[in-house]
Design a protein around this ligand. Structure first.
Ligand code: IYR
Length: 221
């Protein structure tokens, strides 16, 4: 058990008007985010990726265990291998493994088994969940609320990259076991999301779809 030690909270309060303005500004920023599947090969400085991953690392997590690993890949050879591994899984997925209902649900996204963006985009970030950890003596440590924690961190990462002016795609080839070997991650880690990061290709188009309005996603009691 770790001891309970405290320190003063550094809390930056804001006037209410400023709070509303900030909240609306952030909403407008996030409203312009679209999932992008067509990437330019224009490089993205590593510093931006580092800042975004550090931002993800500020996320809350079960027992503050921070059960995540972000593998940031710009090496063309590794990207190529990831593309090959993903396309192999996706071929089986689109050829029938997904089933009619799932493929029907995806139809409006226009996706298929071809994943050129895994080669083209300058960065791939493989997000791994640490299903359990190890203590200093190498004993297994149980982790709590792992998918929730990693999901929140992924949200921070995506928001950071968007407001830095980059496009992202939450790609989930299934199963993603092939990423453990390509990324050199141990068995206690499970890949949850392969985040594609870069600039949209010239003339990029996106599906004509929108988000549900507030009334449909929220209730106030
Ligand atoms: N992983 C596949 C299929 C896919 C599944 C869902 I759920 C999506 O929202 C989008 C795609 C692919 O990437 O094509």
């Amino acid at each position: 058990m770790n001891a309970y030690v405290t320190m003063p909270l550094a809390f930056q309060g804001l006037p209410e008007e400023e709070m509303k303005a900030q909240a609306l500004r952030f909403l407008e920023t996030m409203r312009t985010r679209r999932t992008v599947r067509d990437y330019s090969d224009r490089p993205v400085p590593r510093e931006i990726i580092e800042a975004a991953v550090a931002t993800a690392g500020t996320a809350p997590s079960g027992a503050n265990q921070q059960p995540w690993t972000f593998v940031c890949i710009s090496d063309p050879q590794i990207k190529r291998k990831i593309r090959e591994g993903a396309e192999e899984e996706e071929r089986a997925f689109y050829a029938g493994r997904a089933g009619e209902e799932w493929l029907g649900a995806l139809a409006h996204l226009g996706t298929d088994e071809h994943k050129p963006f895994l080669d083209t985009a300058p960065w791939l970030i493989a997000i791994f969940a640490q299903r359990w950890g190890y203590d200093a003596e190498g004993r297994k440590v149980k982790h709590y609320y792992v998918p929730e924690s990693v999901g929140i961190a992924a949200g921070f990462l995506i928001a950071s990259l968007h407001q830095a002016g980059l496009a992202t795609l939450t790609h989930t080839p299934a199963p993603m076991n092939f990423l453990n070997e390509l990324c050199g991650r141990p068995d206690n880690e499970k890949a949850l999301i392969l985040l594609v990061v870069g600039y949209p290709a010239e003339g990029c188009v996106v599906p004509a779809i929108g988000k549900k309005p507030l009334e449909e996603i929220a209730s106030f009691l």
